[in-house]
Ligand binder design. Sequence first.
Ligand SMILES: [Fe+2]
Length: 453
Amino acid sequence: MADVLNIIYNITDDGFYITIFFIFFVSIYKCFYKNDMKKIPFFLAIFLTNPIFSYLLSAFFSGLVITVASLIAGSDYYKRYSKLDNLQEMLVAYSITGILFLLFILLFAWRFSKHMKIKNRSLVLFVYLIFGVFMNLFFGITVPQSVSDNLVLRSALGIGFNILMIIGIILFYLLHIKNLSNLIDRPHDTDWKIFVIPPMLFILLYSSIVMTIADFLNGQAAIILQSFSILIMYLFIWTFYVIIKNINATGEAIKAKNEVKTLSVEVMEALAHTIDAKDEYTRGHSVRFAKYSRMLAAKMGMSEEDCENVYYMGLLHDIGKIGVPSSIINSPDKLTDDEYDVVKTHPCLGYDILAEIKSRPDLSIGARWHHERFDGKGYPDGRAGNDIPFFARIISVADSYDAMTSNRSYRSYMPQAIVRSEIEKNAGTQFDPEIARCMLELIDDDTDYALHE
Ligand SMILES: [Fe+2]
């Protein structure tokens, strides 16, 4: 009888672990069916935080602590501990392993959330922390001696609870998938209490049970304790699922954001091409020139975000030319004073057009002040020195560089040495000297003179 029960007990025990594994793999499949390789760190996270692995880690740390304790206190400690008849010592040992385990989980969660650029990092840390607490409470308590000595009773209890747990896990998982999907589809509705209250309630209940068992170390207390273990498993699966769905949603949000960004860049480049198309001398100018501006900004040591901004400003800086008649822009003859006055309106026209793009107020800066000179002799406002916005000063240098290194109907691009000496000569008058110095460095770096039309 006892043997048969023992075999069934082992089968249901394995069934319990298989169920957990199955549910985890279902979750992973749901997350990774698009085969997104970037989510591999997340896959590792699931692996490292799954109950089996956590159990092994926990057992490893427990073993480590007990070994160290035995070495310090003598082998007697180990013997007494291994019998598990001293609740206090057992709790102390598991508290220590618990702290070690939590440190590991926290460290891992911190690294992991940093990698995934998860917005609410503290939330992730909290959920991982709760995992650690649960893992240690759950695996830290074993049935008391009186129960474990009775093989039939122990097996029968084990079978009963294993079956209950398997049913419970499956039911809980099935019941909550729908709700959680809704929750994640509306991330703004996600209430922090949802993450905090159930675990807190559980900890309160659980600690009262631990106290009860300290007074009545018998089979009844163990049954209550095991019942609460089911609750722990529920919470495990629930929190895992929330994390999986949340991270998936974060990934989707990042993807959507990137798509919008790509679209805006494409729209801006298309706009830049329309300006270029109008001016037959400067075809392809905007994109090439915007790249020079970005290179120059990078050389100035600006942040990646600022470099991007300079690129966009560069793309659209001449958009005001849309309002200048083609006959003037493409005039083969030297412009009359009146015609030149019309050309000079393009910075303000561009400024007015770009000021409409409220989400990117910086864009208009490059358009308005890219023809200002450092000595104040430029147009449209005659600003000088640092009164000219920094980004516009960068664009001004890149604009002149591009003009000299582009082919014109009346000449081909200038030799590099001449371009270099022109920029050097105009540093401090036309150009901001510091930016001109960086441009000279860029020219010197470009030993093959690749930076021309
Ligand atoms: Fe211009």
